[in-house]
Design a protein around this ligand. Structure first.
Ligand code: PRX
Length: 634
């Protein structure tokens, strides 16, 4: 048995001993009573009785040894700013933010919604929340008012932390009007809104509700706010993610299990060491930003780079220049970003000294072979694909370089990571597929390892019903991804089994986009599908049936309407969810029982075989879509 096989076996078969050892990586205020309480499956309680604090482990714990070392390196090519915070400075800033939040009434267990661009104050706010036991809920800055409103409604934050604006490609994107509209739409109203004024956009304040960060920070310059020790099972944050139904789910994460699961992943998977620099190009609005911009690197005593800007501005060498300047040892990005860089001058990959860099990790969407080859040859570094989800918080499949000698295979994110009892299940019968090269649903036998989601925020029933299936004697979690395992035990991910699409590494629900489009007064019905795209992996395509179809066939009128619908999605969900095209049809293809045949629409858009259509009601409906797609392609 190889070292890794034995390591993996222990993590599953001697689960409690394995994790008890890993938990020593962090500081505990009080040791736990038990390691894993799985008496009420599928709810796993890791380290119940133990007490710790995420901010203590990310910041305070390092002060003794590395107070003066870099902790947070902020680079904005949008506003041409660069600012480096040592652990001591980060500690001071986080305490200022914590004191301000407390002055606004935030207490342990309260929710704080963070709707921020990639600026240091966003990191301060996250760390300040967990410092005082408040539960943060970061909403991606690219989301607009409708998406924000539904999250405010569900999280019921006491305080919202935001800013005047984000910036993209040098253009300010005002956040405040979107935030005001979202609060107006939501029945829940925050008591206060704390605003960072970057001077990028007008910032009108609502009397009695809105407060500016800068003067409050001044008032709390010397704040000393001790960490509040919380139970290991206390929620540290919720993060909303899309699923099959329109309403996003609040993925709820614990404190203790998350802290040491990340600490372990930093050694076994990412191989980062204290005092080094980690650079993840993601955004704090996504799970990668939570785990590998903020918490993972800091818990490991590493400096972390927070980058605001595009990968190609001022030129396609910007990221590599940062690797050289800050001696980055571990880098994490998404395949889409690499495909964007691939269109730039390849000489930019050779322009900087990248000798510090050990490996580039890519995740979030399938990594195609040409992209992997190009970047691997260009950098001359190992490229390591890893597969996981918002729900799990850290990798499910990877090659754990820190404990495994195995070579990666192109197209595969690798093998099950320690702690994850990964199975492939037959989608019809739920039976386990044990042979090689059989296609099934990637599933994880419970309990999920430490750091994974505890439940859906305030909806245990939804957690159980959405993700879990009972197979006699055990419960299994579905990832909603198709997968296949080869004879060497490597997995390959073949796409989602549900209505989630992945646009440029951003996870979106087609149902949410449909609901937004259906808000247009002239739309009677709409179907949105994900269609393969060479650059973004997938794009959203919408097919709408109009209430008043008199404009059909009039190209100008159709384009006008398409523009209106796109604007509506921009305002409601954000440009990130905007469909690449909105096409108009007189009827949608449906089964005789009235279900829209989204898979068939997708197959037609991708010029694939549509499979069995015997249940289809009206074949002419699909033909309309075929004709539209073919006209576009011709
Ligand atoms: O479909 C899988 C895809 O992204 C989904 C999870 O997205 P999200 O919740 O945003 O978390 C991303 C964390 C990295 C998965 O269900 N996905 C993620 N990583 C990969 C992937 N598909 C193929 N290969 C990957 N490495």
């Amino acid at each position: 048995m190889s070292n890794y096989a034995e390591f993996y076996r222990r993590s599953i078969e001697e689960r409690d001993v394995f994790w008890a050892e890993e938990a020593r990586r962090i500081d505990w205020h009080r040791p736990p009573d038990v390691i894993c309480d799985y008496s009420n499956p599928p709810f796993a309680r890791w380290f119940p009785g133990g007490q710790t604090n995420l901010c203590h482990n990310a910041v305070d714990r390092h002060l003794a040894q590395r107070a003066g070392q870099n902790a947070l390196i902020w680079v904005s090519t949008e506003t041409d700013q660069e600012r480096v915070y040592s652990f001591a400075e980060l500690h001071a800033e986080v305490q200022r933010m914590a004191a301000v939040l407390q002055s606004l009434g935030v207490q342990k267990g309260d929710r704080v919604l963070i709707y921020m661009p990639m600026i240091p104050e966003a990191a301060f706010a996250m760390l300040a929340c967990v410092r005082i036991g408040a539960i943060h809920s970061v909403v991606f800055g690219g989301f607009a008012s409708g998406a924000l409103a539904s999250r405010i409604e569900d999280a019921e934050p006491r305080v919202i932390v935001s800013a005047d604006a984000g910036s993209r490609g040098g253009k300010a994107i005002a956040y405040k009007p979107l935030l005001d509209e979202a609060i107006a739409q939501s029945t829940h109203k925050p008591e206060s809104v704390l605003l960072v004024d970057r001077g990028l956009a007008p910032l009108p304040l609502v009397e009695g509700r809105d407060r500016l960060w800068a003067p409050l920070r001044e008032q709390h310059l010397h704040a000393q706010v001790p960490c509040v020790w919380v139970d290991a099972t206390h929620p540290s944050y919720t993060l909303y993610t899309s699923g099959t139904t329109g309403k996003p789910k609040g993925v709820q994460r614990d404190t203790g299990g998350y802290a040491f699961a990340l600490a372990a992943s930093m050694e076994y998977i990412y191989c980062g060491k204290p005092g080094e620099t980690y650079f993840s190009t993601s955004d704090i609005g996504w799970v990668v930003g939570h785990s590998y911009i903020i918490y993972g690197p800091l818990i490991a005593g590493m400096a972390t780079i927070m980058y605001e800007g595009l990968p190609i501005r001022p030129d396609g060498g910007i990221w590599w220049s940062l690797v050289e300047k800050y001696k980055v040892t571990v880098m994490f990005s998404a395949p889409t970003a690499i495909r964007v860089l691939k269109k730039q001058d390849p000489a930019l990959l050779k322009k900087y000294d990248l000798s510090s860099l050990r490996a580039l990790f890519l995740a979030g969407e399938p990594l195609d072979e040409p992209t992997a080859q190009w970047i691997s040859e260009g950098l001359g570094k190992p490229i390591i694909d890893n597969y996981w989800q918002t729900e799990t918080g850290w990798p499910i499949l990877a090659i754990c370089k820190g404990v495994d000698e195995a070579a990666p295979k192109f197209g595969s994110p690798g093998k099950p990571v320690y702690g994850y009892n990964v199975k492939l299940l037959d989608d019809q019968t739920g039976a386990e597929l044990t042979g090689a090269n059989q296609k099934g649903v990637v599933a994880i036998e419970g309990p999920l390892p430490p750091g994974c989601m505890q439940t859906v925020w305030r909806d245990d029933a939804r957690f159980v019903n959405t993700y879990w299936k009972s197979v006699p004697g055990r419960m299994v979690y579905s990832t909603f991804d198709w997968g296949i395992r080869d004879e060497d035990g490597y997995y390959f991910i073949l796409g989602r089994t549900d209505d989630v699409i992945n646009v440029a590494g951003h996870r979106l629900g087609t149902r949410e986009i449909e609901e937004s489009i259906a808000g247009h007064p002239n739309v009677a019905e709409v179907a949105v599908v994900g269609v393969a795209d060479a650059l973004k992996g997938q794009v959203a395509m919408a097919f709408a049936v109009l209430k008043d179809a008199s404009c059909l066939g009039d190209t100008q009128a159709e384009l006008r309407l398409e523009g209106e619908i796109m604007k509506l999605v921009d305002r409601d969900l954000g440009a990130v969810a905007r469909p690449a095209r909105v096409r108009f049809v007189t009827v949608l293809p449906k089964t005789r029982s009235g279900k829209v045949l989204r898979r068939a629409i997708q197959a037609v858009c991708e010029s694939r075989d549509t499979g069995d259509l015997t249940t289809m009601d009206d074949p002419a409906a699909l033909q309309q879509i075929r004709d539209l797609v073919q006209t576009k392609n011709s």
